[in-house]
Design a protein around this ligand. Structure first.
Ligand code: KG4
Ligand code: ZN
Length: 341
């Protein structure tokens, strides 16, 4: 039996988890900073990294305690080393390196986006491959081909906003609270998605990239006129619901359309989703209803494995430790995502 501690601090969640044999989640401790960033309607990097410094050790303690594991019993310590906000990443890295040195445990650096993809194998270790996967969150929106655990290929990505970011910004325009994804989803329950036809950007005919800046601007123009000549209207709850439903429909349909295109292109045998937007019910419904995607073996990870968490870091960390061995204490944080195709 292997026990790996995973530490995640790349954005606004301080998270740690203990995972057994790469798949069994023994604990998944998390502190969300939503209340700190709410009034700014987005994550403020400096506030986020400062909060991580005070939360990281209590969260690691909670993960070990919930799992009933002492640091000595761990086989390795995995930590998100990229991509993310640099100050945030450095906090998790400093904690992981210190624990690794103190308890003489191997250290493993994990790519956060790859860990979102790996959540598919943690949910279904027999995932048929090639699998097409969508990772959509506040910071990333990309399509991948998964061939095996840790073996993925980038197929396409957003050229501007991430899908979650588009939902967060749309919610701000509609006066809905942060984070926008869940509040748009909630408001949309009472709305008619056909109220306004907002653009679904497809870019070129065969592109697997996404663009979400147009739909956001279209919502702004719908509210304030093409020259922004009108003040922001006072919307009643019914109007907010209709606009939220129309906006959600446009963003989610764009994701599903490219996911289908990618599935056909690679001859996918299965599909997986990850990232905060993967919690969205309309996304899951439209995928299931799609004639191509609905026919594939589908992996929708449990909600707490979709948003940022330590378990996916420990899961991929376990695989990397076995496949590549540990790294040394010079492991550095990298802000950018790997964009190799
Ligand atoms: O993966 P995540 O927790 O953190 C990042 O790496 O960004 O994703 C957060 C994003 C936010 O943009 C949030 O609005 C969106 O995921 N989100 C959702 C839902 N829950 C969270 N979007 C649509 N529907 C949801 N239910
Ligand atoms: Zn994430």
């Amino acid at each position: 039996m292997t026990l790996v501690l995973g530490i995640e601090s790349s954005c606004d969640e301080t998270a740690a988890a203990v995972v057994e044999d790469g798949v069994r989640v023994r604990s998944n401790a998390l502190h969300s900073q939503i209340d700190l960033h709410e009034r700014f309607r987005g994550v403020v990097p400096e506030i986020a990294s400062r909060s991580h410094t005070t939360r990281i050790l209590p969260i690691v303690d909670a993960a070990l305690e919930d799992a009933g594991v002492t640091p000595d019993e761990l086989d390795a310590i995995a930590v998100t080393s990229r991509p993310g906000m640099i100050g945030c990443l450095l906090v998790g890295l400093a904690a992981a390196k210190t624990l690794s040195w103190l308890f003489d445990k191997p250290l493993v650096g994990v790519d956060h986006v790859q860990a979102h993809l790996h959540a598919a194998f943690m949910t279904d270790p027999d995932l048929p491959t090639p699998s097409v996967a969508l990772v959509a969150s506040g910071g990333h929106t990309a399509l991948y081909q998964i061939d095996a655990p840790g073996d993925t290929r980038l197929l396409g990505r957003t050229i501007d906003d991430a899908a979650g970011e588009a939902l967060d910004k749309g919610a701000a325009l509609l006066g809905l609270p942060y984070p926008g994804g869940p509040s748009i989803e909630k408001a949309a329950l009472d709305g008619n998605p056909k109220t306004v036809r907002l653009p679904r950007s497809t870019l070129s005919r065969d592109s697997l990239d996404f663009s979400f800046s147009g739909v956001k601007t279209a919502l702004l123009y719908h509210l304030r006129g093409n020259g922004l000549e009108r003040p922001m209207p006072d919307l009643d709850a019914g109007e907010v619901a209709d606009l939220a439903a129309s906006y959600q429909q446009a963003v989610i349909e764009a994701l599903v359309k490219k996911l289908r295109r990618a599935a056909e292109r690679i001859g996918a045998r299965s599909l997986a989703i990850g990232g905060g937007v993967a919690r969205n019910t309309l996304l899951r419904e439209l995928i299931t209803a799609d004639p191509v995607l609905g026919a594939l073996h589908r992996v929708f990870p449990p909600m707490d494995l979709c948003t940022d968490n330590g378990a996916m870091i420990a899961g991929l960390g376990t695989h990397l430790w076995h496949a590549e061995g540990p790294v040394d204490l010079t492991l550095d944080a990298v802000a950018t995502a790997r964009n190799r195709r």
